[in-house]
Design a protein around this ligand. Sequence first.
Ligand code: X8Z
Ligand code: ZN
Length: 616
Amino acid sequence: MLTNSKRFGLTTAVVSVSAMLLGSGAAYSMEMLKSFTASKPAAPTPVEATAFVARVEQELTELSEESSRINWAYATNITYDTQWLVSKNSERVTKMAVDFAIEAKKYDGVTVPADVRRKLNAIKQGITLPAPQDPKMGAELAAVTTRLSSAYSTGKIDYAGKSVAQDETEVLMQTLRNPAQLAEVWTKWHAVAKPMKADYARMVEIGNAGAKELGYADVGALWRSGYDMPPDDFTTEVDRLWGQVKPLYDQLHCHVRAKLNEKYGNDVVPLDQPIRADLLGNMWAQEWGALDDLVAPKNADPGIDLNKILKAKNYDPIKIVKTGEAFFTSLGFDPLPQTFWERSQIVKPRDREVVCHASAWDLDDKDDIRIKMCTQVDAENFQTVHHELGHNFYQRAYKAQPALFRSGANDGFHEAIGDMIALSITPEYLKQIGLIDQVPDASKDVGLLMQRAMNGVAFLPFGLLVDKWRWQVFSGQLTPATYNEGWWKLRKDYQGVRPPVARSADDFDPAAKYHIAAGTPYMRYFLARILQYQFYKAACDSMGWKGPLHRCSFYGSKDVGAKFNAMLAMGSSQPWPDALEKFTGSRQMDGSAIVAYFEPLMVYLREQNKSRSCGW
Ligand code: X8Z
Ligand code: ZN
């Protein structure tokens, strides 16, 4: 194998020479044969381990730029040829990563310096979906994953006489208010996912075979191994965090269901049932911000309607991104490079198929950073732009790290950065940047907090359950025959939602969500929802902020920026508790910051719900 060191090349030669001799049985004596087979290779040494990680870093750096450019070409222009290229590339990259991971395992028992051990772990844990070493399986896995991703991104429905693309179905779910029409859009989009089931099941089979070759029980165990703790402890950890925030979610659920009941009546929204998933203003019922008008508290300030304000102030997608960038530069980060503006996909191209789901890219580990979005001018996209830029500024902050440490402290950190910044989009900040003229009175802020909760709090159970479902799929607890049933059990148990129309075992509703179809792990977003408030509170505490937490904005604070950058610049070079401690003083992920942030809302919700019967 090309990727093997000389030592392993020799091992292979010994085995193959003896096999050859045994087969031919003639040319050498038995003594000579014994001496061949007895000469075992010496145990791997720390020096070899260090040389191995150096070689991996060099080869990864060489490969990753080319690979990123192929992926970019695909994601911004899905054609027969770019699918072909991306599939070939994925096969090649997976093979290389798997070969490295198998080789890394050989150093498991070797005492090496801490940074080398961390890099060896990164090599073993860094593959999202490993292929087994059988080349046929590698090619099949690449083909299957490319098909799944493309099927999602190019999926369309017929609605009101038009062909509607995936990103437009999201807008329909936000804006329609007729339950029959909502059910229609929801059902049609979920029908797009149904044919993906066979490919998905095959992907699970091959991925699991690959994970086993790497020494993991299944792909789920591999995913849970990336958090500087034993995989089983990670399961306990996310359940602990959910336990901290569940009371808040339960109160919000109860209130929103009552409001929906007032609007749609007992038939559509019975008060003792899970909420119909299509009524919550989002295809996956994951964020409910589109329903702000429905839940705005009467005697409180209704909050700030960014949807209206952005349009009234003539914001366009570029201006939204510039506004996001300006927040980061106010903290002392360098402006985005000129190439960001030249090469990013900020609006959806009219003439071709693309992956609309937002993402942030670092193509060369130098300064070719970009975002890829199909930006609309609304509050949700305003938030998403900050989210994506958070990824870009993180990537840039750790670019001086060795290749294997160029990632988030854990993947939840990466998802939390931009969202933490977005929490600083307070009324005071909006006035500072000229989006509103007057700052509303803080005594009526329950409306503002309600708006925040409709996204931040509503998301929590969904963030948790997506990978709870995949863990069950990868472990075999769910089979293709029970995939859908298992999905709806989790959605009912955690989110308290139900499908608008009857489902059958043939449906495959999980793949109606991008990250399932595209094979992107999801627990990171749950962690991020916890971490972003923890980071935010730490930033506000460090500024000596004394007012209500949700009114704190660190816009313009170079001091917060410098401290934040110090954590970001660490990349994944240290265990994440060290990075967390550096910025927040705590070594634990902790839901108490989000709970503290929403405390005034919790008081309001308890009061509203006191004579209601909550739960489902
Ligand atoms: O996928 C994303 C980002 C890209 S990393 C837009 N998010 C999750 C989702 O859309 O489901 C951000 C919030 C959760
Ligand atoms: Zn993200």
